[in-house]
Design a protein around this ligand. Sequence first.
Ligand SMILES: [Zn+2]
Length: 257
Amino acid sequence: MDHSLETLAGGLGGCCEILMYHQLARPPRFSGNRGLCVAPWLFRRQMLELRDAGFRSGSLRALTDDDANAKVVLTFDDGFANAFEAALPVLSECGFSAIQFIVAERRINQWDADLGYPIRNLMDDCQIRDWIASGHEIGSHSLTHPHLTRLDIASARREIFESKARLEDRFQRQVANFCYPYGDLNPAVRDLVVEAGYQTACSTESGSNSQGCDLYRIRRRFVSHRRPILAAWLSPGALLTLGQLCESYPTKAGLAE
Ligand SMILES: [Zn+2]
């Protein structure tokens, strides 16, 4: 068995992998957004596996540094309170940091409710301050979570610029990273994100990011309850790259609970 970090880093192709989470909650049985929920116990198992395999967490700036160590960037979209509550102790346990993309003008997931999905609380200001004080980051996920390409340019500009300004004002820290709601972008929207002064922007496109990738169209690996990281179960001690770990494995019904 080869547990060396060099092998892991080699498996990552010299770049880091970015994981995309949404809610940390038991997936609702009859809901179209079931795939956006990862049960807290599964999240903890995934984090422990990554830690034990030698991964370190990094910020989105890790995409541009030369550090050859195997890294993951942990991202959470929407700023759900359940993700805050479940992630904070696990991240502390593993020595990992993460970023929550906050919808600056929303306190519940109204955009999901409009589609008939369960309403959940988003992090309140106190929780966001606790998140930051614990060494984690926040980014902007717009003001109201619209499809930005469906807005007129002035409205899209407001969503992108004002969310940054409001979050920076409320939490007294620079907000350098943006995340497109629904991964919805086009060249005009991307240009606005650049103009607003963000340093990166995450899409929902799946995949890895190579050196020289577009920092305003960052790809991520979607982690759902159907895509558990299974290294320790498949073969104890087996060394798999994160790319392999995140591929879809045959789902066991019990995994979703
Ligand atoms: Zn979102």
